[in-house]
Write a protein that binds this ligand. Structure first.
Ligand code: SF4
Length: 383
């Protein structure tokens, strides 16, 4: 198990929490964002490293970083891409912490996975800590139902949580294969504990599998018994963890209605991490890769309002000047943790590697990696 510290949440203006700023400082010289030579420095460092470095860029990364990525993709594709390059000793993961952990789990023991800024976490993954999930499982055991509950965790979870699921015969899923994972889970047991994104769990169960909203309950880890009665826990088909994406969870039904009024014939295309009423009102729902393919196949002149991370929507808009591509919600901004990886951090990382220093290495301990891999392998074996 990796060490996890539960940090207290502080109300704005009340006290300080220096520990929450861990990773913000880089040991060494972080170039100034105003340095006009950043692009040239990144190019030079990458060229000097040659085949020794493989740079992965998640779709939600900034353009200034993506331009240096050897491959782009969603978190699982990137982890697989990293595993397909055993000859590269350094894997620089431009994404967030849980993604770098997955890459470390799937790559060789002699490969080093590096996250350019350790403060690039994921608020959704942080909403399910190992201790909280263990407490939840104890509750299910005390109720006598743990034997019939199959844990399923979204890729967007820490290695600890993936390993927890692997130890208990569960499976990891992505936003592309969540239905297949749930179909499999319901063949193994009668109920599912879905971690950590309540929206993906609910949307998949209700929109794709025919369950009702009444079949789903939300387990709040901050309340005794998850804030639920014993009967609610015993009778639910889907026990959804109270977690969400702080970007996708903000798209609203008002934005869908507004864009339909403003842009006749618009296609509303959203990610399944959005809330159920938004997904229900949309025309198309799918993973990041699905959204990209949908735009590639769209008719010239067609209009698309897209509900996913803003960096990706802007890139899609630039890539499809013959289509009318817009961001679904005016008040939603970039994923703040994804955005922590900027060009200064990438330059600092690459130049450190040129000097023979390995900064910000992400290491998952052997036992955790083993059981996380069990849950990941189960995902790869899904029918
Ligand atoms: S977009 Fe949401 S799920 Fe993705 S890294 Fe940011 S907070 Fe996490």
């Amino acid at each position: 198990m990796t060490t996890q510290i539960d940090l207290p949440l502080l109300f704005l203006g009340q006290g300080t929490d220096p520990a929450s700023e861990r990773g913000v400082d880089c040991p060494g010289d972080l170039p100034a964002a105003s340095d006009p030579d950043l692009v040239a420095r990144a190019k030079a460092a990458k060229e000097a490293l040659g085949g020794k470095v493989f740079v992965l860029g998640h779709h939600y990364q900034r353009d200034e970083v993506i331009q240096f990525a050897d491959v782009t993709g969603d978190s699982f594709k990137l982890a697989k891409d990293a595993a397909a390059r055993p000859d590269a000793p350094y894997i620089v993961f431009c994404g967030v912490h849980f993604m770098a952990e997955s890459a470390d789990i799937l790559t060789g023991a002699d490969q080093k996975v590096i996250l350019p800024d350790l403060a690039a976490g994921c608020s959704m993954a942080d909403m399910a800590t190992f201790n909280q999930v263990e407490d939840c499982w104890d509750t299910l055991e005390d109720l006598g139902i743990a034997d019939r509950v199959v844990p399923v965790t979204y890729m967007n979870s820490s290695a600890d949580i993936k390993a927890f699921v692997g130890r208990r015969g569960g499976v990891v899923c992505t936003s592309s294969n969540a239905k297949r994972a749930l179909d499999w889970a319901f063949e193994q047991g009668e109920q599912v504990l879905f971690l950590p994104d309540q929206h993906l769990g609910r949307n998949t169960a209700v929109l794709e599998m025919g369950y009702g909203l009444e079949d789903c309950v939300v387990y709040n880890p901050n309340r005794p018994n998850g804030g639920l009665t014993d009967d609610q826990l015993k009778n639910a088909k889907m026990i959804l963890w109270k977690g969400h994406c702080s970007v996708h969870g903000r798209f609203s039904i008002d934005a869908v209605n507004e864009v339909r009024e403003r842009v006749p014939g618009v296609n509303v295309l959203v990610h399944p991490e959005c809330r159920n009423e938004v997904v229900t009102a949309a025309d198309h729902v799918g993973s990041t890769e699905y959204i990209i393919k949908k735009l590639d196949a769209a008719e010239p002149g067609s209009s698309w309002a897209i509900g996913t991370e803003l960096n990706l929507v802007q890139r899609l808009k630039n890539a499809h000047p013959d289509k009318n591509v817009m961001f679904l919600e005016k008040t939603v901004c970039f994923c703040s943790t994804m955005n922590r990886i900027d060009l200064p951090h990438l330059v600092w990382t690459l130049e450190s590697l040129v000097r023979g220093e390995v900064p910000n290495q992400i290491v998952v301990d052997e036992d955790t990696a083993h059981y996380a891999r069990v849950a990941l392998d189960q995902m790869l074996a899904l029918p």
